[in-house]
Design a protein around this ligand. Structure first.
Ligand SMILES: [Zn+2]
Length: 246
């Protein structure tokens, strides 16, 4: 590691479970992020600052002024620009030490996950979530999923590689809920999106440094209005449409 890297990541070195060894693992890691918005964009900043050595980010949207209430990775100057372009500028300025690839497209299953160590889902629709879960399962790349609505948030890590008993995203959400919406029509509290994005980045960090005990198959539910945090152990569903017996 260079003297600049040692200085930059000093506070990680001082954490027993990370140290120089864990920081090296982060620098060698590649995280693919789907969505550059409230979840993906904020998680990307945390992971970039943490020294995850390579980030690939997909998004096909432009920055709208109504995004700025929660998407703190953007500024008013970025309105009208592509989210990935604005995010790239911000992340490059935050940490020039890492590789950042942005793709100005919506992620589709045509894009392989195989080069990534982990995929972080910051999408806002079930079509993408289900497709990403299927690719994650097929390619053996673990998935950290996050979702927000109103005052509530949920986060989980699924699809642990080489663990046949690990649930997948669709063990938890087998089909699109009838009342599904996204934050375009539901409204969402800015601070909740940050809690969920931070938790996604935390789960990713734990996985990448090898601290995987109790990491997978646990759903964290955050109820922002009452301050309740709950963790529910997710069972694998034998009848799951994605990972169950065919
Ligand atoms: Zn499943």
């Amino acid at each position: 590691m260079t003297p600049e890297q040692i200085e930059r990541y000093k506070r990680h070195f001082l954490v027993k479970e990370i140290g120089g060894h864990g920081q090296k693992k982060l620098l060698d890691a590649h995280v693919l992020i789907v969505g550059a918005g409230a979840l993906g964009g904020v998680a990307a900043r945390i992971l970039a600052a943490s020294g995850v050595g390579r980030l690939t980010i997909f998004d096909d949207d432009k920055v709208d002024v109504s995004n700025l209430q929660r998407q703190t990775q953007f500024s008013s100057r970025d309105v009208g620009d592509w989210k990935v372009a604005a995010l790239f500028r911000g992340l490059s300025a935050l940490n020039p030490d890492i590789r950042i690839d942005v793709v100005q497209e919506r992620w589709t299953p045509d894009a392989t996950l195989a080069e990534a160590d982990l995929v972080l889902d910051g999408s806002d629709n079930f079509e993408t979530r289900f497709a990403l879960n299927a690719s994650s399962l097929a390619e053996g790349v673990p998935l950290v999923s996050g979702a927000v609505a109103g005052w509530t948030g949920q986060v989980m890590a699924v699809n642990a590689p080489h663990d046949e008993n690990c649930p997948c995203y669709q063990c938890f959400v087998p089909a699109e809920p009838p009342d599904a919406g996204n934050c375009k029509d539901l409204g969402v509290v800015g601070a909740i999106t940050h809690l969920v994005a931070s938790q996604q980045a935390l789960l990713a960090t734990r996985y990448l440094i090898g601290e995987t005990e109790n990491l997978f198959g646990r759903l964290l539910l955050i109820e922002g209005l009452t301050g309740a945090f709950r963790t529910v152990k997710l069972p694998k569903d034998p009848a799951c449409p994605a990972c169950g017996a065919k």
